[in-house]
Design a binder for this molecule. Structure first.
Ligand SMILES: [Cu+2]
Length: 122
């Protein structure tokens, strides 16, 4: 019995190791405004591009100011035809530093999250 379990385990491990790199999680590839960027004027939206397609129902992004208040329009979405992209609209914003907080689930069901800053007029 123990031998059978060990053999099954070995087969499982082989399958896991053999999985292609395409199974990696959805990490942030790049963003607009770019991570850490200083932009001259208030952008209309923040757009994030990921390394893997997203599950729209479980993927979201918010933007907050230095007081921790939401400044996005609450309309985060994965645009039609762009399954690796996440976008949220912004109110017209005064100069300052803003935090983008994202949390997504990729099509391989793995959650990832992160945050970055950008600034306006500074
Ligand atoms: Cu993954």
């Amino acid at each position: 019995m123990r031998k059978i379990i060990a053999a099954a385990f070995a087969v499982n491990m082989a399958l896991i190791v053999a999985r292609p790199a395409a199974q990696a999680h959805a990490f942030l590839d790049h963003a607009s405004p770019a991570v850490g960027a200083a932009v001259a004027a208030s952008p209309a939206a923040v757009t994030l591009w990921f390394t893997q397609d997203l599950e729209p129902a479980f993927s979201s992004v918010t933007v907050t100011n230095q007081a921790g208040q939401r400044v996005d329009l609450g309309n985060a979405q994965v645009p039609q035809g762009a399954p690796a992209e996440l976008q949220v609209g912004l109110r017209p914003l005064p100069p300052g530093t803003y935090m983008v907080n994202w949390r997504v689930v990729s099509v391989d069901t793995h959650p990832t999250e992160g945050r970055f800053q950008f600034s306006i007029g500074q």
